[in-house]
Structure formats: structure tokens, C-alpha cells
Design a protein around this ligand. Structure first.
Ligand SMILES: [Zn+2]
Ligand SMILES: [Zn+2]
Length: 336
């Protein structure tokens, strides 16, 4: 085991074209009690990494290493580990730790924990050769998915799945999806497998093509009106100005779930047009480990296909720039 490694880190958050992501020497971390050291094989690039790098999300500590869609192999076990063996393939997700004793943890809502730790924000993540994870927060990965396909499932997939649950999609219902990147293209497949009719609103012609290839019923521009009223909608684009048209597109009693951790300001809403008739605006905050287990099983069972654009690990900065400028179709992943 080397003592040092080259890891990506967020130096001074700012526009991604200005080089806020730098490569630094860090010590290879040692796993503490009930933690395992993971040798990173693939790490997905999530929009949250971009928000952190650009300063939309305040950094929780200096020179943090981003990356919370980590697929790797267990390299070393910390004291007291019982769940994994050396060599196991595991996934390291966004939810890195919860307190286990707050009122939310104790009522099955650990996604709302009062003292959580997130991978790649509070804890160093997978834009590096090695990372450490609490053994209880790692996932076993279905063998149906190769390393590159599995990585985006770990946040894009899981958070999209929680957003789908929060959007209250009824059996055979009508779902609108606003923005169609890494998370949305996975979530759309879960919804289609559940029998939904799906309408996609996005400005990217490549994303529209991908959506049609996956079997959605219609595609249109970012704020276009879908061809029928929606039972449910999910806003994946981090664009608050899309909230009013998405609410207006809901049928009576419909729900709009906002999937992202960051959203630009929402314009003034009109009660009658956007909320009356029991329309619901719903945020999505992280996920529980149970959400993750359920999603991974459902994705494997229903044959979800993940569209990836691979980059070498040493081009993480280029991957983030491409994500920033909408040049990535599907999900970007860094390959060690
Ligand atoms: Zn808690
Ligand atoms: Zn993420």
C-alpha cells in the first residue's frame, strides 16, 4: 500500500472553467473501526460535485475530495468489520453516516438526520485512488451491472428513485420529467417499467433522442407544456424558473418533486394557477439506506440500462466542465 496518493480536491470554489478542482498529494486513508478502505475502480460524476466545486454548496471542509458514486474493491478492513471481505466489490454512496440516535434516525427517516455525514462533502470521496467508508453505509452491487454502469446508480439512481417515490406516481400514471441527465434517464426507466406514461422536457437534442430511445411518450423543450396533464412530475434541472410551468402542468391533486440538492430561486407563484386544487410541491433530501437497497434490486430486476460517458480519472476537471456546459449525455464516470 502506498503512503501517498494523488487526489482531486476543491481548492477555492468558483466557476469550473477557472480551475477550482486541483490535484493534491494526500495520505492514503487508514480505515477506522467498522470502516473499510476501498480501492476506487470507477467514480461517477454527479451534478452535486459541480455545485460543490462552483460554490453553490458551501464547502464543509477545505480541500475535500469530491465523488459519491464510488465502485471499488475492499482493500483493507478496519477493526471490528463483519460485513465485507477483502476483494468484495462494493459501492460507496452519498449518505456516508447518520447519528442513529436523533428523532429522524429513530423513526426510519435517516435521510433527515440532524448530524449526517456525506461522502465527497463532509468526508473525502472517490475522485482519488482510495477512499474509506463506514461498512454499514456501503452497498453490495448487483452483478447485472459492470463497474461503469453501477457507479451512477449510487446517487443519480438512488436519489431519482426517492424523487419518484416522493412524486406519488400512481399505478399507470402520467409522469413529467424536467431535465434529462444522469439521474433522469435512470428514473425514467424505473417509471416506464412500472407502467407509467412519461413525458420529457429538456432543451438538449441528444437528451431528447436518448429519452425517445428509452421509450418515453413525448419529448419537448425545457419549459414546454406536456401533451396531457400530469399526475406527477420530477424537476431534475437545478432551475427554479421551471417550477411554475411544472406545477401548472400538474393535474388536480398532482405532485411536483424537486430532486436536486440545489435549486436556483423559484419565481413568485400564483396560488390559483400553481398550487390550488391540491397540487403539492415536494423537495427530496438525500435518501435512506432502505431506498438504496430497494432501488438497486428494482434496477437489476427490471433491466435498467445506464448510459455512461467515461473519462480517465486524471481528467475529472474536464468531466466537470463538460457537465457544466451540457456536453455529457447520460452519466459521466471517472475510470481509475
Ligand atoms: Zn440522526
Ligand atoms: Zn450525487
Amino acid at each position: 500500500m502506498p503512503a501517498l496518493m494523488k487526489a482531486w480536491a476543491v481548492d477555492r470554489p468558483g466557476p469550473v472553467d477557472g480551475g477550482p478542482l486541483v490535484r493534491v498529494d494526500k495520505a492514503v486513508p487508514a480505515p477506522g473501526p467498522r470502516q473499510v478502505l476501498v480501492r476506487v475502480r470507477v467514480c461517477g460524476v454527479c451534478r452535486t460535485d459541480l455545485h460543490l466545486t462552483e460554490g453553490d454548496l458551501a464547502p464543509r471542509r477545505p480541500l475535500v475530495t469530491p465523488g459519491h458514486e464510488v465502485v471499488g474493491s475492499v482493500e483493507q478492513l478496519g477493526a471490528g468489520c463483519t460485513r465485507w471481505h477483502e476483494g468484495d466489490r462494493i459501492g460507496v454512496p452519498w449518505l456516508g453516516h447518520t447519528c442513529g440516535i436523533c428523532r429522524f434516525c429513530l423513526s426510519g427517516r435517516e435521510n433527515l438526520c440532524l448530524d449526517p455525514r456525506f461522502t465527497g462533502w463532509d468526508l473525502d470521496g472517490g475522485y482519488a485512488p482510495y477512499a474509506v467508508v463506514d461498512e454499514a453505509y456501503a452497498y453490495a452491487l448487483p452483478e447485472e451491472f459492470g463497474d461503469e454502469e453501477a457507479a451512477p446508480l449510487l446517487c443519480a439512481g438512488i436519489i431519482g428513485y426517492r424523487a419518484l417515490l416522493r412524486a406519488n406516481l400512481p399505478e399507470g400514471g402520467r409522469l413529467g420529467i424536467y431535465g434529462f441527465g444522469g439521474s433522469a434517464h435512470i428514473t425514467a426507466q424505473v417509471a416506464l417499467a412500472r407502467g407509467a406514461r412519461v413525458h420529457v422536457m429538456t432543451r438538449s437534442p441528444e437528451a431528447q433522442q436518448l429519452a425517445l430511445a428509452l421509450g418515453v411518450s413525448s419529448v419537448a423543450g425545457a419549459d414546454a407544456e406536456p401533451p396531457e396533464p400530469l399526475d406527477s412530475a420530477i424537476l431534475f434541472a437545478p432551475v427554479g424558473t421551471l417550477v411554475p410551468p411544472a406545477l401548472a402542468a400538474l393535474d388536480r391533486g398532482g405532485t411536483l418533486a424537486v430532486a436536486g440538492i440545489y435549486l436556483s430561486d423559484i419565481p413568485v407563484l400564483n396560488y390559483e394557477e400553481h398550487l390550488f386544487e391540491e397540487r403539492t410541491l415536494q423537495s427530496v433530501t438525500a435518501n435512506t439506506r432502505a431506498d438504496g437497497e430497494e432501488f438497486l434490486a428494482e434496477a437489476a430486476r427490471t433491466g435498467v440500462r445506464v448510459s455512461v460517458t467515461p473519462y480517465p480519472m486524471d481528467q475529472a476537471d474536464a468531466a466537470l466542465r463538460d457537465l457544466r456546459h451540457d456536453r455529457v449525455n447520460g452519466a459521466a464516470v471517472l475510470v481509475a
